[in-house]
Ligand binder design. Structure first.
Ligand SMILES: C[S@@+](CC[C@H](N)C(=O)[O-])C[C@H]1O[C@@H](n2cnc3c(N)ncnc32)[C@H](O)[C@@H]1O
Length: 203
């Protein structure tokens, strides 16, 4: 699908995501992983700002999304939760930051939509400081084979409807990148992937 079509698809979902934000305040997995954000923090594909409720208030935050409507919702969320935030409207896959720019890089529900998720993870590897952390909360293939089979069959239709792939093995994708996995957990029959990673600086 063309990027312009994808942006339109996500623009249309922005109000729905903003409504969901209140319910997400109780999300134990978001809390578990994103409360460990520290320092200069980049969140890619921020959407409507679902994670703001969980960040320590003293982070220096930059959020990126290619959907202007999502960014509008995220700005509201940052105000609501008292996060000192700056925003960039951009495609994450063609974004440029100097090496070692961030203490923390956050992604939730974004590896499902990139053309080349391994490339994006390798960008995180460059942008993250050597002693920094990459925090991922992603959805992907169930660990139950029958459910994973259904996801693979339905993938083409789900991408058309909402712009997200359902057929990705997130752990395998992260293993293909340069990142080092420090810890990982699965929940919801394996559908939800929580991954704490560190950059691997090749000298
Ligand atoms: C499934 S939503 C997740 C939003 C949010 N992170 C959350 O946890 O609710 C995917 C988000 O990624 C954004 N997105 C998808 N592909 C992108 C890309 N290549 N560059 C920037 N943003 C992208 C969409 O606009 C949307 O806001």
């Amino acid at each position: 699908m063309k990027k312009t079509q994808l942006i339109q698809k996500f623009n249309k979902q922005a109000a729905k995501y903003a409504k969901k934000r209140k319910k997400q305040e109780q999300n134990k997995w978001r809390k578990q992983i994103f409360q460990s954000a520290k320092g200069k923090t980049l969140e890619v594909a921020v959407g409507a700002g679902m994670n703001f409720a969980f960040y320590p208030k003293d982070i220096e935050y930059i959020g990126v999304d290619f959907s202007p409507q999502m960014i509008e919702q995220a700005k509201e969320a940052a105000k609501e939760y008292g996060i000192n935030a700056k925003f960039i409207i951009s495609d994450v896959e063609s974004l440029n930051f100097p090496e070692n720019s961030f203490d923390t890089i956050v992604s939730s529900g974004s590896l499902c939509s990139y053309e080349d998720p391994v490339h994006v993870l390798n960008l995180f590897n460059q942008w993250c400081k050597e002693d920094g952390r990459i925090l991922l909360m992603e959805h992907g293939l169930f660990s139950v084979p029958a459910l994973a089979w259904i996801q693979k069959k339905l993938d083409v239709f789900v991408v058309k409807a909402i712009g997200c792939h359902q057929n990705r093995d997130i752990l395998d994708i992260v293993k293909q990148s340069n990142l080092i996995i420090n810890k990982h957990e699965r929940a919801l029959l394996g559908y939800l992937y929580l991954i704490w990673a560190n950059p691997q600086k090749i000298q």
